[in-house]
Write a protein that binds this ligand. Structure first.
Ligand SMILES: Cc1cc2nc3c(=O)[nH]c(=O)nc-3n(C[C@H](O)[C@H](O)[C@H](O)COP(=O)(O)OP(=O)(O)OC[C@H]3O[C@@H](n4cnc5c(N)ncnc54)[C@H](O)[C@@H]3O)c2cc1C
Length: 404
């Protein structure tokens, strides 16, 4: 029990964001699956569970931490040995929903997932109709199960390369996807749903509270931290609007400019809303005796008591290993993501993108919906390709019949 909880009115709610849940047991069976012809059914055990890992490869900016956190392991399917209709790279909400639509359309689909969805540190998913309050790992567990129920496969692994390959004899597209362990798979179409990493400012002590008492999203965690003493640790212009959104949730809000500009108009508006401003840089996050976030230390040594810090962390699409696909990466107001068109189409024929990898602000519902749209579009193009191939076959067998 944290001592300070006794003095905070919404203590039970804060407890909800500081305690981690017990990890669910890994899957051991896949009853009820309808396999695709030719796909082997053996299960491959996963390596031991990972924990929080700080990934610096996603950004070349110094002084920032790109957060990825691994989830508990689950039983992996075997990789298909023959070409499949679609490989989905990334098994979060976007990838799994895309795979679900494809599998239900009787497409052979393999999801390859490295097991570190963006919201892994969070206790629960909020703001998602009908599933509000459900742990992220439980939503993904159910998602994997549902994909498998229709014959889709979910393979644990990291894609290190993906590129176009020689087309099939009937001229259809082909891609080769290679995993870190050297295995590879051939696919007719690719759905990239690798998500993004949140790039935190490198303030000592900040990263360890990520997803608990260091938060980014008022819609994901805002209700849970309402009425708490909250600090906005500014990262740039995006933090100004962030402040107004968190002011809606608490009357006790302090804005730490932390070296960023804050114009006079915003200062006046903050004053009108009772938002205090601290211009002295933050040097570290301070914990209480139980390890809970208790405040921030400033460069002048002063400690400002806070229970929660909100950080509008820049967001970087997870593009590593996907360079060979030649997808366009674009700068967006809040970070970098893959460019996309309707239903997740890209400039690269045969490749779709969905979820946070292209829409940095999509929450779970929007990401899942984007995956579903992309899955349906992929199925549609495959139906056209199948028909073209059938027609071509007829033409080759009897040239006059095909033109009738
Ligand atoms: C702390 C936190 C709390 C959040 N809380 C909420 C909330 O309450 N409600 C809400 O709606 N949203 C919430 N979100 C946002 C939510 O996390 C995203 O909307 C959602 O995860 C996006 O889904 P996605 O499928 O696009 O990406 P992800 O869920 O990140 O999934 C991407 C998957 O791709 C895998 N991957 C990446 N690269 C590779 C590769 N090379 N090879 C194989 N696999 C790869 C990753 O391991 C990961 O499993 C929260 C975010 C954070 C950071």
């Amino acid at each position: 029990m944290h001592a300070w909880r006794l003095t905070i009115p919404s203590l039970h709610l804060y407890g909800a964001i500081t305690r981690r849940r017990a990890l669910p047991a890994p899957r051991t069976a896949q009853d009820g699956r309808r396999p695709h012809p030719g796909l082997s059914e053996q299960l491959t055990p996963l390596p031991p569970p990972g924990t929080r890992r700080v990934d610096r490869t996603m950004t070349d900016k110094e002084g920032q931490e790109a957060m990825t956190v691994a989830t508990p392991p689950y039983v992996s399917d075997a990789l298909a040995e023959q070409a499949v209709d679609a490989v989905v790279i990334g098994g979060g909400a976007a990838g799994l929903n895309g795979a679900l639509i494809l599998a239900r359309s009787r497409r052979s689909v393999v999801v390859i997932d490295s097991g570190s969805p963006r919201n892994a540190p969070a206790e629960a998913v909020h703001g998602l109709l009908a599933l509000d309050g459900t742990p992220p790992s439980e939503i993904l567990r159910r998602g994997r199960e549902q994909v498998r129920q229709y014959g889709g496969r979910v393979v644990s692994g990291e894609v290190v390369s993906a590129e176009s390959a020689a087309p099939s004899t009937d001229g259809d597209l082909r891609f080769t996807v290679t995993l870190a362990d050297g295995r590879s798979i051939t696919a007719r179409r690719i759905l990239v749903a690798t998500g993004l990493t949140d790039v935190l400012p490198e303030v000592p002590g900040l990263a360890e509270h990520w997803g608990h008492s260091v938060v980014h999203c008022p819609y994901c965690h805002g209700w849970e931290v309402r009425d708490e003493p909250i600090g906005i640790l500014a990262t740039g212009p995006a933090s100004i609007n962030h402040a107004y959104l968190f002011r809606q949730l608490t009357e006790d809000l302090t804005y730490f400019t932390h070296g960023t500009d804050l114009d006079e108009d915003s200062r006046a508006r903050f004053a009108a809303r009772g938002i205090r401003i601290v211009d002295t840089p933050v040097t570290e996050v301070v914990n209480d005796a139980d390890g809970a976030l208790a405040g921030v230390r400033l460069a002048d040594g002063q400690v400002v008591a806070r229970r929660v810090l909100a950080v509008a962390a820049p967001m970087q699409a997870r593009t590593k290993g996907l360079e060979g696909l030649g997808l366009e990466v674009q700068d967006l107001p809040k970070g970098r993501g893959f460019a996309s068109g309707p239903a997740g189409t890209t400039e690269v024929p045969g490749v779709w993108v969905a979820g946070n990898v292209t829409d940095l602000v999509a929450q779970v519902g929007a990401s899942a919906a984007a995956g579903a749209l992309a899955g349906a579009d992929i199925n549609s193009t495959l139906a056209t390709a199948d028909t073209d191939a059938a027609l071509q076959k007829i033409a080759e067998a009897s040239p006059t019949a095909a033109t009738r």
